[in-house]
Each structure stands twice: as C-alpha cells, then as structure tokens.
Design a protein around this ligand. Structure first.
Ligand SMILES: Cc1cc2nc3c(=O)[nH]c(=O)nc-3n(C[C@H](O)[C@H](O)[C@H](O)COP(=O)(O)O)c2cc1C
Length: 202
C-alpha cells in the first residue's frame, strides 16, 4: 500500500467484527510502532497486548466507564449519556479482539536534573504518540481498524489499566488502542479546518 493511501484512509474505527487478529499482525503493528523516532534514542516505551477474554472484557468496561465520565465532564444531558451506553453495551462499540496499551517508563530519561522533569516526560509521551501513529498506519495496510483512546487516562481508570498490565506507577499510559477488523463502512472523517487555517509560511 502507498503511504498516502494509508494516511488518507486512516480514520477512527470504534466497531469491530468478532474475528481474531493473527499474532503475526499484532507483531507487525508493534514492529512498525518501534520504528518511530524516540527522544534521545531511549525507546522507553512498552506495548502491552491484551488478548485474553478476561483482560479484554475488563478493558472494554474501563473504556465504557471513561467515555461516560468524559460525557459527564462536559455536562451532556442524561439522554445523550444513555445513548452512549446503548452504543457501547448494546452495539458493542469499543469491543475489540485485541487492545494495545502503550506505556512509557518515566524512570528512563537522558537529562537528569529536576528542571528537565517536564520536558523529559513530554518527550517520552511525544515519542510514544509517534509510535502509535505508525501502528495505526500499519493497521490500515493490514485491513485493520484502530482508535486512540485517551479517556482511560482518567485517574482511577489508568490505575486499573496499569494494574491489569502488571505495572507500577513508574509507567504512564500514553494511549490505549483497540485493534480489530472494522464492522460496517470505514469512511474517513472530513477535517473542519483547511490547510490555510492551520499553516503559517514565514
Ligand atoms: C490523544 C487522543 C485521544 C483520543 N481519545 C479518544 C477517546 O477516548 N475515545 C474516542 O472514542 N476517541 C478518541 N480519540 C479519537 C478522536 O476522537 C479522533 O481521532 C478525531 O475525532 C478525528 O477522527 P478520525 O481519527 O476518524 O480522523 C482520541 C484521539 C487522540 C489523538
């Protein structure tokens, strides 16, 4: 597949078929992720693949909780929240055959002083985000769908994901990615802004 096709066809997929993703595809996704640039060459990321029924069920429920908390945080009316619950628990939105959680190990850093704490953290997160984008583009090539889940960073939820992964608080969850074969039509979303709105030539 041409890179441009992967870029233009990637879109967030939230409904998946009940079909296994072969392990070699999961490995190919992580190999693509690992090719991303990484600040100071640290590679301090960790990809945790949740594929057992028990772990997947837990993650799916945590995403549901996170989405509900997100809707509540912007004061959406109760009927909208009920609709969200229906989409999640009746239609199986976010239920995927595989979830990949991308963590960074906050202890691994290049600049040691306290004054660099924030910068080192940001660099690690940025590196992991680039890895996630690689993973998502590779998924398009393999006919897989993905969506970046950020709501699992709500405090108590992140703690549960970390526990399920067997990690302590030295690890920060950058993103949680449901992966699977798309259910229904995959139609890339239009952008709200044009090139001119978001670009400055100086
Ligand atoms: C950092 C980040 C966090 C996100 N968190 C969520 C999330 O918690 N739940 C969700 O359904 N989508 C989430 N998304 C997906 C965005 O909603 C989506 O990318 C955006 O609406 C643009 O749509 P597209 O990906 O189809 O182009 C997240 C995306 C990013 C980059």
């Amino acid at each position: 597949m041409e890179l441009d096709d992967a870029i233009m066809n990637r879109t967030s997929v939230r409904h998946f078929l009940d079909r296994q993703v072969p392990d070699e595809h999961v490995r190919a996704l992580i190999e693509a992720a690992m090719r991303a640039p990484t600040a100071s060459g640290l590679e301090n990321w960790l990809f945790v693949v949740f594929r057992s029924d028990e772990a997947r069920d837990k993650i799916y429920r945590l995403i549901g909780e996170g989405m509900e908390a997100y809707y509540r945080a912007v004061n959406l009316p109760e009927e909208k929240i009920e609709k969200l619950r229906e989409r999640i628990y009746r239609d199986g939105m976010f239920r995927a055959p595989v979830y990949i959680a991308v963590f960074i190990d906050r202890r691994v850093r290049f600049l040691k002083g306290e004054e660099f704490d924030e910068l080192e953290f940001l660099w690690s997160v940025e590196s992991a985000a680039m890895a996630i984008q690689n993973l998502m583009l590779k998924a398009v090539e393999l006919g897989l769908g993905t969506v970046y889940i950020g709501v699992t960073n709500f405090e108590d939820i992140e703690e549960e994901v970390r526990e399920l992964a067997g990690l302590d608080e030295n690890y920060y969850l950058v993103g949680l990615i449901p992966v699977g074969y798309p259910r229904g039509e995959v139609k890339p979303r239009k952008r709200r802004k044009g090139l001119e709105d978001v670009t400055r030539f100086i």
